[in-house]
Design a binder for this molecule. Structure first.
Ligand code: S3P
Ligand code: PEP
Length: 428
């Protein structure tokens, strides 16, 4: 892929079908849970991207055998039955939030010294709350540079168990991490969530994957969860559904071009909360056809909306791109937590929308977009795959739109531009 990518506008409404790659969130959870399970698990429909590669490499470094067949998008994981084989490892997680948070908790189950680190941005992404929570459970864990961010050092002697609390307002990944490793502790673990939990639907993904491996959790009260020591039982095979956040770009392409796009392999009952992005498009005027194994979005004249995106914030940038083509103002609210992601996403959205000559207001936890004539621009991506994928959609309608550093989509969707071109009938 060249250093910059100029999007080719479409000559009319997009009509087509696409199947995005496997879910990042489910792939990385299934890898952790299969690693803890007894016996070999066969995962199919897995995502092959940087975020899953760093997870696979890390599990291998911990002595857990993970064989990835890229041709068939399948992985065999030889589970360690709750006993991590290596007693020392340095893990490199690039900028994969799920990987570093889930693996920090996994290392706490081990016996030995583990260091987890990532790229420059990862060293600015918080993890202190998770570290504190593990400490309350008797684990010797620290942020090595006292920044509250990676690198993280875990000196583990197994996970003793007990009572702990976890902040909910920064990232749901902390609680997901604790929940997934809790069955491998020496005694039961009780977790109390403090404050409002962000990104709640990701907890359903966690519970859903754990349930597939035979583990259940007791929700004692709304914010108190209790997990007994249990062994994950491997399922015969586990097929991972396509990524719903990735699907949002194709649904949005239909909305923006007034086209009709079908995403195969997902339905309204998908495990991933981001499937509810279609409800946002529906509220803006699109027609949605929900079928057993597909969802079709028919673009219609769009009107702006005011929407709380806390639950589905990975699609906030997608909505920002769609909002540019709506009649009237759109506000994306209650998403302060997206300032801690691959980049400060509220700042990035506002800055790049202004670059196109559009009026936008940014607050601590929201953006408001006032659509108007769009000036073509080179969009900066801040090494954030979702900036690249979302703002490329603007170029389907506006000639001259350029995406800087299109390769940043390797984080979750290396083939994104190929799939978008194919859907638009532009593949050579
Ligand atoms: O648990 C997960 O798989 C994820 C949770 C969300 O993060 P936060 O809980 O930090 O909002 C989401 O943004 C991320 O892409 C994946
Ligand atoms: C926030 C994201 O990822 P992570 O937190 O897993 O790095 C994302 O994929 O948008």
């Amino acid at each position: 892929m060249p250093k910059k990518y100029e999007v080719t506008p479409v000559s009319g409404p997009i009509q087509g079908t696409v199947k995005p790659p496997g879910s990042k969130s489910i792939t990385n959870r299934a890898l952790i849970v299969a690693a803890l399970a007894e016996g070999t698990t066969h995962l199919t429909g897995v995502l092959d991207s940087q975020d899953t590669q760093v997870m696979i490499e890390s599990l291998n470094r911990l002595g857990i055998r993970v064989d990835h067949d890229r041709e068939t998008c399948s992985i065999k994981v030889a589970g360690c039955g709750g006993k991590i084989p290596r007693h020392e490892a340095s893990l490199w997680l690039e900028n994969s939030g799920t990987s570093i948070r889930f693996l920090t908790a996994l290392c706490a189950v081990g016996e030995g010294e583990f260091v987890l680190d990532g790229n420059t941005r990862m060293r600015q992404r918080p993890i202190q709350d998770l570290v504190n929570s593990l400490k309350q459970l008797g684990v010797d864990a620290d942020c090595a540079e006292e920044t509250g961010c990676p690198p993280v050092c875990v000196k583990a002697h197994g996970l003793p168990g007990g009572e702990t609390s976890i902040a909910g307002n920064v990232s749901s990944q902390y609680l997901s991490a604790l929940l997934m490793v809790a069955p491998a502790a020496q005694s039961s673990i009780t977790i109390t969530i403090q404050g409002e939990m962000v990104s709640k639907p990701y907890l359903d993904i966690t519970l859903g994957v754990m349930a597939q491996f035979g583990v259940t959790i007791d929700r004692v009260q709304e914010s108190v969860w209790k997990i007994q020591p249990q062994t994950y039982q491997r399922p015969v095979a586990y097929d991972i559904e396509p990524d719903a956040s990735a699907a949002s770009y194709f649904f949005a392409a239909a909305a923006i071009t007034g086209g009709r796009v079908t995403v195969d392999g997902l339905n309204q009952d998908a495990l991933q909360g981001d499937i509810n992005f279609i409800r946002v498009l529906e509220d803006m005027g699109c027609e949605i056809k929900r079928e057993r194994n597909s969802i079709t979005v028919q673009g219609k004249p769009l009107h702006g909306i005011d929407v709380d995106m806390n639950d589905i914030s990975d699609t906030a940038q997608t909505l920002a791109a769609v909002a540019l083509f709506a009649e009237g103002t759109t506000t994306i609210r209650n998403v302060a937590h997206i300032r801690h992601k691959e980049t400060d996403r509220l700042y990035a959205i506002a800055t790049e929308i202004k670059r196109m000559g559009i009026q936008v207001e940014e607050t601590e936890d929201s953006v408001t977009i006032h659509p108007g004539p769009i000036q073509p621009a080179t969009i900066e991506t801040y090494d954030d795959h979702r900036m690249a994928m979302s703002f490329a959609l603007v170029g389907l309608k506006v000639p001259g739109m350029v995406i800087a550093d299109p390769d940043c989509t390797i984080k979750t969707y290396p083939e994104f531009f190929t799939d978008l071109e194919r859907l638009c009938g532009q593949s050579s």
